[in-house]
Design a protein around this ligand. Structure first.
Ligand SMILES: C[S@@+](CC[C@H](N)C(=O)[O-])C[C@H]1O[C@@H](n2cnc3c(N)ncnc32)[C@H](O)[C@@H]1O
Length: 191
């Protein structure tokens, strides 16, 4: 009997192929927002987000892979970023965050792994819990196009896959966007 190999997604950064500023302006992160970068990796998007949300906002950079978080912790120290908190946590478990505090949660290059590993039902209820009633979830993922950077085509997901996975789990799709040559975004709101 053949067993499906689990998708491994620790230790990877998309910084070379994804423009954090473009992503964050496209998904309309605003000053004063509470932002969560779920599966932040080395946090290159979290650091950019910290500039946008400013002193009245907050960034939660969440990942379970401590080596990536160490890179981010070092940058946070060097750049004296005060509104960004690094949280080492497993997104498939209960998160040590309060209910309904987050305006916008981003999962960049993360959801395809959760779908492939069949972990979505462990992850989404926690996101619904921590998002404000009008909170938004932005999924950025790799376009499913042969020959472009990203995971194997068989584990990539389309915007339609994102919508069908999340609209049946408490979200309503708002818009689909182009955020770079290799990436799309889907923005959803809590139902
Ligand atoms: C492909 S990387 C993307 C990193 C970053 N968002 C980027 O675009 O560069 C996927 C990230 O999700 C994290 N991840 C995967 N499963 C996780 C889980 N159950 N809990 C927390 N983080 C997880 C991995 O450790 C990894 O850093």
């Amino acid at each position: 009997m053949s067993e499906k190999k689990l998708h491994k997604h620790g230790g990877k950064s998309s910084e070379a192929i994804l423009d954090a500023k473009k992503v964050l302006s496209s998904i309309k992160l605003g000053e004063g927002d509470v932002f969560m970068d779920a599966g932040c990796g080395d946090g290159f998007i979290s650091r950019e987000a910290s500039k946008i949300v400013g002193a009245d906002g907050k960034v939660w950079a969440v990942d379970r892979y401590s080596q990536s978080l160490d890179i981010l912790r070092e940058k946070v120290r060097e750049e004296e970023i005060e509104n960004l908190e690094v949280l080492e946590a497993d997104l498939t478990q209960k998160l040590p965050l309060e209910d309904e505090k987050v305006d916008l949660c981003l999962m960049a290059n993360v959801l395809h792994g959760f779908l492939y590993n069949e972990e979505v039902d462990q992850v989404i209820p926690e996101l619904l819990r921590i998002l404000k009633p009008v909170g938004r979830l932005a999924i950025v993922d790799f376009k499913k196009i042969e020959g472009t950077p990203g995971p194997p085509i068989s584990s990539r997901i389309t915007a339609e896959d994102v919508n069908s996975a999340l609209e049946s789990r408490g979200f309503q799709s708002l818009e689909e966007l182009e955020v770079g040559p290799y990436h799309y975004a889907v923005v959803l709101i809590k139902k």
